[in-house]
Ligand binder design. Structure first.
Ligand code: NAD
Length: 418
């Protein structure tokens, strides 16, 4: 049992907990998985996602495995039940189950939280934001969309995102300017807002380790370190150095660096090895458009990761398909990239694919790969048969869109037929 006493929720009596044994995640056949419905369109898409995941698990394992779902609360539902947006019960429940899926949450305007999502990531030290970008045949603006298959590992805890900054004219900014001038001989204008960009070896290397573990497990081809180290030498440049260092120290048998590829292997990748290379951020933002086939797994500090994941999703047709997961060493919370789409809330209209594919990341994290293949194939078939929600239908002349729920049912039908 958890040491913590839950106040207003109770773990399900059936089902077992995911555990950590000898540094490994051990998943029972009936794991308890926590879920947060979230705000706006959240409840609709999370409900459909859970149904589709359940159907795929049932199909893949014939009843031998199943998820025991446990509802926990954040956002408006938590406000109603607890009188606060992110109760301690919720954070403790995720620590307890280690695996969770959530819908989007409204970012409260003013006061308290910068964002509930950020608060959850911080409280649980979910340091890797993992965003796959894959093409399923949907209408896409890019002529090479079918060549896009990336997974972005974006650092979640530091860089400018850590929010260490002070406004122009504040006493803190004045103090800092004074310190910089006196102690380090750096002069800044009086009207400078000041932000600090910390990047550590610790955070860089744990992210790189996670990306390489994934690459090895999933037999991926290339891991690219994205950085602007030519200009920001001791932050982004160090990110590059530390990432290579970790790759060579911990994954020597699995990887070949780009330098080695030419110095030792005459430009021919040896069978079964993963190429580790690096690219400067601005160049790379162009190259994923002009040469998407060169990219596979992308490891980036926070801000680069933010830009490239949105750009990459745009190549394959946008937000309704964009999945994500925030992960620590063991804990993981899956969530789509998109927000609460308030104007569509309760209308049974939006695309639940991003939420469903986020759930697939969670299944992969748990080592349940078979249902993921079924779900991805069902999405491919639905799109090929033009059974899609409005966001895709509007780019397919003459196609009548399905509702959120009906699209989910169509996916389940495809899964059952496989
Ligand atoms: P949004 O992602 O909610 O919407 C952007 C656009 O995409 C809108 O046109 C919306 O209708 C459309 N859209 C979003 N999801 C879709 C789906 N599944 N299918 C089809 N179309 C979809 O972004 P926003 O309007 O900037 O933000 C709304 C709220 O969501 C804000 O409170 C914001 O803070 C919050 N938000 C939360 C998260 C999160 O919980 N992780 C992420 C982003 C934004």
């Amino acid at each position: 049992m958890s040491e913590y006493q839950f106040k207003k929720i109770k773990p399900p009596e059936e089902g077992e907990l995911v555990r950590i044994v000898d540094g490994k995640l051990v998943v029972p056949d009936n794991p308890i998985v926590a879920y947060i419905e979230g705000d706006g369109i959240g409840p609709e898409i999370v409900t459909v996602a859970r149904r589709v995941l359940d159907a795929a698990i049932e199909k893949a394992y014939g009843g031998r495995r199943r998820i025991v779902w446990w509802e926990i609360y954040a956002g408006h539902k938590a406000q109603e039940i607890y009188g606060e947006l992110l109760p301690r019960d919720t954070l403790e429940a995720i620590k307890y189950t280690k695996v969770a899926i959530k819908g989007p949450l409204t970012t409260p305007v003013g006061g308290g939280y910068r964002s509930l999502n950020v608060a959850i990531r911080k409280a649980l030290d979910l340091y890797a934001n993992i965003r796959p970008v894959q093409y399923f045949g949907q209408p896409a603006p890019h002529r090479y969309a079918d060549k896009v298959d990336f997974i972005i590992f974006r650092e979640n805890t530091e860089d400018l995102y850590a929010g260490i900054e002070w406004p122009a004219g504040s006493p803190e900014a004045a103090k800092l300017r004074e310190f910089l001038k006196k102690e380090l001989g750096v002069e800044l204008r009086e009207d400078a807002g000041i932000g600090i960009k910390p990047i550590t070896k610790f955070a860089t290397q744990r992210l790189m380790r996670k990306a390489l573990q994934y690459a090895v497990r999933k037999k991926r081809r290339v891991v690219t370190i994205m950085h602007k180290g030519n200009i920001m030498k001791y932050t982004e440049g160090a990110f590059r150095e530390w990432a290579y260092e970790l790759a060579l120290e911990e994954f020597r048998d699995h990887i070949v660096t780009e330098e080695e590829l030419y110095s030792k292997y005459n430009g021919e990748m040896p069978e079964g090895k993963i190429l580790v290379n690096d690219r400067i951020a601005d160049n790379m933002l162009q190259q994923i458009i002009t040469r998407p086939w060169d990219y596979d797994i992308i490891v980036a500090p926070n801000i680069n990761g933010d830009y490239i994941s949105d750009e990459a999703n745009a190549l394959v047709g946008g937000i309704g398909m964009a999945a994500g997961m925030n992960a620590g060493d063991y804990m993981a919370v899956a969530e789509p990239v998109h927000g609460t789409a308030p104007k569509y809330a309760g209308k049974n209209k939006v695309n639940p694919s991003a939420e469903i594919l986020s759930g697939c990341l969670l299944l992969e994290h748990m080592g349940w790969e078979e249902p993921v293949s079924l779900i991805k194939e069902a999405i491919r078939r639905a799109i090929a048969d033009k059974k899609v929600t409005y966001d895709l239908a509007r780019h397919m002349p003459g196609v009548e869109p399905l509702g959120t729920k009906e699209y989910g049912e169509a996916l389940i039908e495809y899964i059952k037929e496989m």
